[in-house]
Design a protein around this ligand. Structure first.
Ligand SMILES: *[C@@H]1O[C@H](CO)[C@@H](O)[C@H](O)[C@H]1NC(C)=O
Length: 359
């Protein structure tokens, strides 16, 4: 008993240290970190593992029973639904428990990922899938490094599938929220996503998403693009790991893809959706300018003579150069000088081409 406890204690300590070191990046859900007060109690309160363990077993048993009845085809779907709904209730309880960092490590140490997440994510029952996504999201927010280390890469395939093919907007949003935490600074997962789907599948979803989800998507895109620009600029690789990472970034080739018509047009559609003109009122957000700024080196040339782009940037320029809007722009944290310079560049360059065509 003692060696087992000791080893799980050491694993917990190692992961806690790792999570604290990298957990400094602000996550969507913030949590109190107080590692020192709980590490000793990890040993003392080993008995409390039973709570998580019991819940895990309960879910497992129901899952086995549901799977059995499904395979045998002997029970009506209503019964399967009932079993799935019972699982939802227990998953809700587990999710609540996971908000406590200690419990999150208990869950991970008890192989919760293999026992619960991997088998259940394949079950096609919306409320169950939704609760499982919330559970995964909670794990990533509470214990990002450990979760990243233990969750199988194949889960991202499932997330993409949900994001792309599920009609349920809430499920799409949860799947994206998980990718929002999982993908940044994680070129291995990014490579998987790009290999499976590329960026196109993301653009294709735009018309089906609401504005909050689009915001998350664009925010994620901005982050990852900045990460790639940074990584590709860095010439020195300190060690073998750095070198391997660099190779993965090169293999993903996001920078190379950025200047393609598919990507630039996709981004234009996103920009259009983000600005969502309603009665000449533009919904403005820092995210729009971040996106515009990021795409400028890649897409400005591509947009020349593009009617939609000309129209969009003209409206945007009219808005930012109108002094009536200064207070609003300052209030959302924009650097007006910078914003006007960038938008003006677009507005002028795109039209120059149009004029040349006309004469
Ligand atoms: C605003 O942007 C301009 C141009 O990029 C820059 O020179 C200036 O330092 C920025 N101001 C602030 C307060 O960041």
């Amino acid at each position: 008993m003692v060696p087992i406890l000791l080893s799980s204690y050491l694993i917990a300590v190692a992961f806690v240290v790792a999570d604290i070191r990298e957990g400094e990046e602000p996550n969507k859900i913030s949590f109190e970190e107080n590692a020192h007060s709980f590490i000793p109690s990890e040993l003392k309160n080993a008995v409390e593992n039973l709570d998580i363990e019991n819940s895990l077993q309960e879910v497992e048993n129901i899952a086995i029973s549901a799977e059995k009845s499904r395979k045998e085809g002997i029970l009506p779907t209503e019964y399967a639904d009932e079993l799935h709904n019972r699982m939802v209730v227990i998953l809700e309880v587990i999710t609540e428990q996971l908000k406590d960092k200690i419990n999150a490590y208990r869950f991970l140490n008890s192989k919760g990922v293999d026992r619960i997440i991997t088998p259940i994510i394949g079950i096609n029952h919306d409320p169950l899938r939704k609760q499982l996504l919330i559970l995964i999201k909670t794990l990533f927010n509470v214990a990002p490094i450990t979760t990243n280390a233990l969750i199988p890469i194949s889960v991202v395939d499932k997330l993409l599938d949900i994001f792309e093919n599920d009609d349920n907007l809430a499920l799409k949003a949860h799947a994206l929220d998980i990718m929002y935490v999982w993908l940044p600074n994680n070129p291995v997962i990014q490579a998987r996503v790009m290999k499976l789907k590329g960026l196109e599948s993301f653009y294709n979803q735009i018309s089906k998403l609401d504005i909050t989800v689009i915001h998350t998507l664009v925010d994620l895109f901005n982050k990852i693009l900045a990460e790639h620009v940074r990584a590709r600029k860095t010439q020195t690789q300190r060690n073998k790991e750095d070198y391997e990472m660099m190779q993965i970034y090169q293999m993903i080739g996001l920078i190379e893809r950025m200047s393609t018509p598919q990507v630039c047009n996709g981004l234009l559609n996103i920009l259009e959706a983000l600005m969502s003109f309603k009665n000449d009122h533009i919904q403005i957000s820092p995210l729009i300018f971040e996106l515009v700024k990021n795409t400028k080196p890649f897409c400005l040339k591509m947009y020349k003579g593009n009617v939609k782009a000309i129209d969009l940037f003209e409206k945007l320029y009219k808005f930012v150069s109108n002094w009536h809007n200064r207070d609003l722009m300052v209030s959302i944290g924009l650097n007006i000088t910078e914003v006007i310079t960038v938008i003006e560049d677009f507005a002028i360059n795109l039209k120059e081409h149009e004029n040349r065509d006309e004469f």
